[in-house]
Design a protein around this ligand. Structure first.
Ligand code: SF4
Length: 209
């Protein structure tokens, strides 16, 4: 998180994509992609998010002014903003301030790895309506080989979210990752997630370009 000269929290955003229909839930959404990510996934499609100087600096106010053009769609369809990246759960103050600006009727989702400090998760859970969790693979060795990081935080944060709110607000994406996991690994990930209490799983195939 950065602070601009006016003293308001500001963040680098490298992409805003409007009019996404049922991509992240039931309504019309706008994707807001923050720069900055703790992971280094081998097949990352958003490597622009790794560059510390890529993107445009927004305050919560300037972002709200830009995205509110779609307010009528959001309210009519129960849509809103999907914060992605990069890693949106690194932007705690920004998202808290944005919620104050947009009010309670916009649906705010985070597409996250959950590989962030627990305090971030706890604080933002009071602000967000739901999560799309990019779990990669539940096996720590596969996760580390693919992302360069441990997944211990991911698992403890996910467990906490499942125990402190409606599990239906969480959708977990489980990819088949060429050269990193096999069908059996994906099955094992799904089984572990279901045992933890995950109710919504999106299994899909990474396409390598
Ligand atoms: S978590 Fe997403 S943005 Fe970050 S490295 Fe992985 S694929 Fe890229």
């Amino acid at each position: 998180m950065n602070t601009n000269k006016a003293g308001s929290d500001a963040a680098l955003i490298f992409g805003i994509s409007r009019h996404r229909l049922t991509t992240d839930g039931e309504g019309v959404t706008t994707l807001v992609a923050f720069s900055g990510c703790p992971l280094r996934c081998k097949y990352c499609l958003n490597k622009a998010s790794w560059e510390p100087d890529k993107g445009r600096l927004y305050t919560p106010e300037t972002l709200f002014e830009e995205v509110k053009i779609d307010q009528l769609y959001f309210l009519a369809t129960k849509g809103g903003i999907t914060f992605g990246g990069g890693e949106p759960l690194l932007q705690v103050e920004f998202i808290k301030e944005f919620r104050e600006l947009c009010g309670s009727q916009w649906h705010l989702l985070a597409e996250t790895s959950l590989n962030v400090p627990f305090e971030n998760v706890k604080t933002l859970d009071a602000v967000l309506d739901g999560y799309i969790v990019d779990i990669k693979d539940m096996n720590p060795e596969i996760y580390k080989a693919y992302t360069g990081k441990d997944n211990a935080l991911v698992l403890s944060n996910l467990q906490w979210l499942l125990q402190h709110g409606d599990p239906n607000r969480i959708m977990v994406r489980v990819p088949h990752i060429p050269d990193f996991n096999m069908d059996d690994d994906v099955e094992r990930s799904k089984e572990r997630l279901e045992k933890m209490g995950v109710t919504s799983i999106d299994e899909f195939q990474y396409i390598i370009r």
